[in-house]
Write a new protein. Structure first.
Lengths: 389, 389
């Protein structure tokens, strides 16, 4: 186990009818709120109205900025920063899923910063200050509600880049599983892939002696595998929606990273895909992760066999552990397909035309590598895209 | 799943050589430190010297109060409160295990309080203020380093009582597994029983649809079952000491309580035992928990069968689930015995003389019950003590 530092300061307020508490919570952090959200679904569902009521009851002023899209864009972030400065906003409330929260985080760090907010995403500046951020979560997937990171896409060149800093963790997250009832099946499935990917990026590690966090990862993956089909079958099943929602937070708040190095190659490889083709991040992950696994599993067959046995209940083949390992990858792929996700580029209608371009972008034209479980070059990444065809 | 609120604000600083960071961390919280500890082991091990050096380097003044005993006493707490007031102490550093931390928490809430600190433990006053507390953990067991609770024993009548409030969570906890190498085998084993009990108190619940936290509980228990024998065999095995130490924190920081009601009867039943006989809390738990299980398992045979299968790897008996349930309890008892813990009152040299007295104290002479998985009367508790003979 490696040395580590960990805290989970984000206050989670979880369960039925909790959205009414948002005004009181927000009041601890400011008086002029940017209310940030995506499309019309939070209006249609009635959530936005309830939130506005709660803010008004707490005596808070707010200014709205909607229109966040999946793979949230730099241009809207910049608009938000201008708005916050102009309106003397002192705190942000994000109502939505990971895209809205990531966009809000970007606005939060960009508002007090003199330079271009994209500097943070290019690694040219360090985050030292942010507007405080509260969240009402409506899509369990990204884990951004308690994570320290944000991913933004710059339209010019379709560059998708992450930044992370503990100051960026939301102050609180209100999570009522009932607001996830209306998620379309495809979005529920994409969320499942995202959650599982967050765990698997941490699970496949070269760090030795991480038995405890391994077991937490395995338990979380089994929860998703069991509960997501139930939620797809009955979208208003509170029990399964609640399990998925809470698991999504723990999958990405860094508890499962404690004492171990993560890989994160698949996320980077996927970012080029959804950056260019604008497919859902979860759908990109369901394509890339099995391909990555097939490419790297011989690096540590025992870990992949463990994954197969502990997560998927595969019987261990003592004579041929590699068969067990491959069976685990196969089961993951079958699971993704069974919940309606693409598991190949062809499934997503993507051909081989731009694989070279993506492999080049993912490695800065071969100047950097990706991954730590296995270090991947531009050539390796191209091979993984090809495996995913 | 029930509604819940959760945060884990305690900053964990985990790993080798981390004790040198304590001065810098402490400086965020005050300038005059009460250095609180137990016996001579932290002196002999050299840890106290390192801590003093780190505090001095950070420019902090400190006053010492040693002498905390297992089942920490109210009289020393009162001495600490007087000392803090006299010396204008503004923060506390606890170096030790659960007893030292619980004692420090009591001093922390007692110092700014006008009345008798025991009021908090009797439920006569609510905690609204505390001195900030930092921890250097040397015994993984109680989980007090990130928990919101403290248990103190009042010598007059040997009353052992808990109090809990989120203000009481330590600000940071420095955890270097190397400082646990010198723990005697018996104390390592008592710690294991305490950690497992914290999980089992949460695991045996009537709350339905808690699949995710069930799995986290099961993973944590399996970690302890695997790692504790390794640490006993090789006390300087960093890997197993680290797994045990991190698991002990997560066992009791309330992550495993999220959305579910805990039981806690066994802890209360044990408190009377270690209150009167002054045996180690962990040893009391290894006696009481199996007896409690035998008394209550028919209330939810399926949950006990799950415990047997998922935690102990027992093969499920589809024709006779109750046999599976009982086999799980048997395995727990065998495990405790295998690591050198008592599993009956006789093992601890305790006879039947004071069972009535303990059952009466535990229920305030029958005026209150214990437990929520099964509600236990004075009579039930007496029966559990008798089962433990």
């Amino acid at each position: 186990m490696d040395n580590f530092r960990f805290a989970m300061p984000t206050k989670i307020i979880f369960g039925k009818d909790t959205e009414g508490e948002v005004g009181e919570e927000m009041r601890r952090w400011g008086s002029r709120v940017l209310l940030h959200y995506g499309g019309g679904s939070v209006v249609r569902s009635g959530l936005k109205g309830k939130v506005e009521q709660s803010l008004a009851q707490a005596g808070l002023d707010f200014v709205e900025l909607g229109g966040v899209k999946p793979n949230p864009r730099l241009s809207l972030v910049k608009e938000g920063i201008e708005l916050c400065r102009r309106e003397n906003i002192d705190c942000i409330l994000a109502v939505g899923g990971g895209s809205v929260i990531d966009s809000a985080k970007a606005i939060g760090i960009g508002t007090p910063y003199d330079g271009d907010v994209w500097d943070f995403y290019e690694g040219k500046a360090e985050v030292t200050e942010t507007l405080p951020l509260g969240v009402i979560l409506t899509i369990p997937a990204a884990g951004s509600e308690a994570s320290n990171s944000s991913v933004i896409t710059k339209e010019e060149g379709w560059l998708k880049r992450p930044v992370g800093n503990d100051l960026m963790r939301p102050k609180f997250a209100v999570m009522n599983p009932e607001w996830t009832y209306s998620l379309p099946p495809y979005q529920t499935a994409c969320g499942a892939a995202d959650i599982m990917a967050h765990v698997m990026e941490r699970y496949f590690t070269n760090t030795k002696d991480v038995d405890f966090t391994d077991r937490l990862c395995e338990g979380l993956l089994r929860t998703i595998i069991k509960q997501v089909p139930l939620a797809l079958e009955n979208p208003e099943d509170y029990a399964s929606r609640a399990e998925i929602m809470w698991a999504s937070t723990i999958a990405h708040n860094d508890l499962l990273s404690t004492g171990r190095q993560g890989d994160w190659a698949s996320h980077q490889i996927e970012h080029e895909l959804s950056g260019i083709y604008d497919i859902a991040h979860g759908a990109g992950l369901s394509i890339i992760f099995p391909a990555w696994m097939k490419y790297v599993y011989t690096h540590d067959t025992a870990r992949f066999a463990r994954f197969a046995v502990r997560v998927w209940g595969v019987e261990y083949d003592f004579d041929h552990p590699e068969r067990t390992a491959l069976e685990g990858i196969e089961r993951l792929e079958q699971f993704f397909a069974s919940i309606g996700l693409p598991v190949s580029l062809a499934d997503a209608g993507i051909d081989s035309n731009r694989l070279d371009e993506m492999a080049a972008k993912c490695t800065d034209d071969g100047r950097r590598t990706q991954g730590s479980f296995v270090t991947l070059s531009q050539e390796d990444i191209l091979a993984i895209y090809q495996l995913a065809l």
